[in-house]
Design a protein around this ligand. Sequence first.
Ligand code: CA
Length: 229
Amino acid sequence: MTANILLVEDEPAIQELLAFNVTQCGYRAIVAHDAASAMTQISRALPDMILLDWMLPGVSGVELARRLRADRRTRDVPIIMLTARTDERDKVLGLESGADDYITKPFSPRELVARIRAVLRRRAPQMSDETVAIGGLELSPATHRVSAEGAAVELGATEFRLLHFFMTHTERVYSRSQLLDQVWGDHVFVEERTVDVHIRRLRQALEPSGCDRLIQTVRGSGYRFSTSG
Ligand code: CA
């Protein structure tokens, strides 16, 4: 799954540098030059991460971060704040804007990428391309391969994303609408029963290995991936 990263930065040179590095890493860059255009982008589709400049014309980055954290739809989107000086960084920290991490300008591309990867790994593990192994299943996002008890499993693109999400969010119950938001994207209008169709296909693919038992139906609530019981 390609992570969409929203870059909110008013300085064209830095915006360009950010977009270049983010794209080089295989992420999709969405650009906004101020808080208002960022909100327009966010209302269109929820990004997987936001790189947010602290000094923006109009509404500041800190204020925007605070608004995003206060809104149910956007509160879980990881935010990395870009600050120009270390004293700004201290202020940001003091303000508790809700940012997940901070990068001080000027930054090296290597530092930028390392921080993006670290925050995604922590906050949105289904966006990471690291291999996940749990309950006899092994899934490699980089090669798009899945094995169950050592045997290769063929999955469709949606089943693959669904399984990746489950394997990185175990033991919690997700409603159909939460799964739609997380796996299909929050602005995709799909009926909730579509989730059931793909769950059924995923279970069928995992059945020969017995791993289908990991995907549990929680009556009246949704689905859970669990290695216990
Ligand atoms: Ca700026």
